[in-house]
Design a protein around this ligand. Sequence first.
Ligand code: SF4
Length: 365
Amino acid sequence: MANEKVLVIGSGPAGLSATKELRNMGVDVVLVEKEAYLGGTPKKLKYSLLFPELRPATEVLDPMIKSVEDSKPKIYMESIIDGVKAEDKGFTVSIKDKSGKVTTEKVNAIIAASGFEHFDSRRKYEYGYGIIPNIYQISDIERMLSENKLVTTKGTPPKRVAILLCVGSRDATVGNTYCSRVCCAVSTKQAMEIKERVPDAVVHIYYMDIRTYGLMEDKLYWKSQLEYRVGYIRGRISEFMRGPNDTVIIKGEDTMNLNRALVIPYDMVILANGMELGLGSKQVAKALGLDLEEHGFVRPLDPDRLPVQSTRKGIFLAGAITGPKTISDSITEGYAAAMKAYEYVTKGVWEESDFAKKAIEVKSH
Ligand code: SF4
């Protein structure tokens, strides 16, 4: 194998694992990252502990970043993909940096791993995010926890906390009818972290249903109740109001108990905002000419059998670009995409599927 080269877009968990694996297999990698650092959204938003093992995010990500740096791929920081031209044996890619300078690279395959963005809770205006003090998103709370600054606007630790699930997910009013998969687990984990730091705090989680699927049921859902006394309330919250002394008053109904009206004050409210494709990945999808699926994520060629192949030959996908993912799922997909890209650049293997055609046929009946 001589000079096979793969472009990896994005240096979050999926892009890092893909780069690491390709370098281990002796493939040249060009890594393009739009931020000024490696590590993707978990680094950008300073994630605190990762579920379900409650390990510091840095403990998982930093060794990956280090091994990628040590493997010496060609890295373009603060850069985006400006255009892609298919050639005989691969692609010519233009890469634009922050100052506007454009460089081209010839590569044999591409892995798009540019990830997701958190839903912006301002779009659910009735929840008052950005308007009423002491209303946060889970993404804000991760940073507050990792910086050890979990305090209300008064500068004191919160004594009464409400977490509202499914903000921006499973919600047709904002156009996102899918489940974001991770926010139940992140919220439960945050509830436990809050109780660790403020043991006498009252923490309530308001839910439609709890999706701490698989092994997380025990490690998070039951543990949070039995060991940390986190309360779960099945309820529908219609709005938040500003209360006296910067409290937040929740208004809604308890749907488990005869739709009893709820009007309850809290010191802090946390909105479990979900995942969307985000502008960065939309731009990548457009530049690469990739298809989107009905929820706005990038469509794999065959989501069951070929989940890391895109609809365009020679382009592979990994991580949350194809839908909400956990960090460990993204890492696994990074490895899978690296293996598929390796087979493609060394042996020309590209599997075909008529799934997209079939899906359209089923719809038309
Ligand atoms: S993971 Fe939980 S909070 Fe997130 S969208 Fe699904 S059900 Fe809602």
